[in-house]
Design a protein. Sequence first.
Length: 417
Amino acid sequence: MRDNGTPFIWLFDQRFDSLVPEFQRFLARRGFSDPTPILGYRLFPDTEDPSVEDGPCPLRQEPPEEINRRFIRAWDRGDLPIQRSGGVPLAAFTLSGLEPREGLALFGPDPWSSDALNNKVRQFQWLHDAGLPLPQFSCCGDPATLRRELPALLRAWGALFVQPEISAGGSGAGRVRTADDLDGYLTRLAASGLADAGSRFLVTRYVPDALTLSGHGLVSRNGAVFVLGVDELLLDEFQFDGFLFPIFPRDGDLEAILSLTERAGRILAAKGYWGYFAVDFLSRPGHTPLITEINVRFAGETALLVANLRCNLFGVLWGDEWPDPLSCPLLPEPESRIAVTKIRPAIGEVYRPEAEQGTVEAFLAGRADAFRVRYHERPVRVEKGHFLGLAGRRFRLQDDKSDINFFYLQSRKTIVA
């Protein structure tokens, strides 16, 4: 198969297209000829509906874990246009939902490792045991237990931050200050399908007036840990919209966050994980940064953050490259500040494609200072979805943060057809 070119599976959404050449170069160095991607969003499109000939097509974006499960089912049925000889490389946003299969070469550790390490209840337990700084927390076994313990938790902490043990990007998170708040939260959660009667919950003390910063790192296949940098997350309530990088110096203890990110990476390595990871923090001036979760997978902002990486991302993860961050940081010192946001839709609305403004590739290469792209070429009616495209802009390091906030609030909006 290698003599005729090598197909590989790329189970990422469109935000990660700029990383495809990196993975191709990685595979080529390992002896694969003409590595050619089979894109997950082409195999399982959000808008494909042959019955719709005119008018908007329904948009239903599934979480990456569900796309992974669909892929495994399709692989087992044998109905994918993929030759299976020689071991087909597969890279994915997360390994959750995947399973080892003959003929597949998964890029990453055993999927069970990611599943276990992404569990927020377990994370807090082993982070606490390791002495890393956390907000005050409690683990509740199910909704009934959460209701029963609510009065005592509210008396102790005043307001709570609640999330199911398995979630990503802030989905399923909520602030609870009263019993009515909890009832409404559990109703919304059940309707979303993110939790059921047997779900466990992580409950932490709600920390007001804190920024959410994220430390990014790599654990190589041979256990080495490398820290990349720290960005600020742009949030819609608690849901991830985008990021700005680098952070403003006044907004966080950068050295402390980098150190804690490395410590978290070493814990992951000791538990058998290798791959990308991101540690989210609550940051307040004059306070120790508090870890809120570890994303044991690629992060939503990865492709844009590592655009100027001084080595091959996948080579470092595999252990083929061994950079020395002391003599040459993996990411060069930024000369400008970038902000990138999702373009968010409203459920039930119809959206028509917009004309693109720049491209992500030109933005990453420094040939453009702004972009706005949409990922759907035909009108769509949103049934389930969290982004239609991306918008980004480059700012001077001395520009005021209010300018970035204004850009974010304006650019995340969608135009209804």
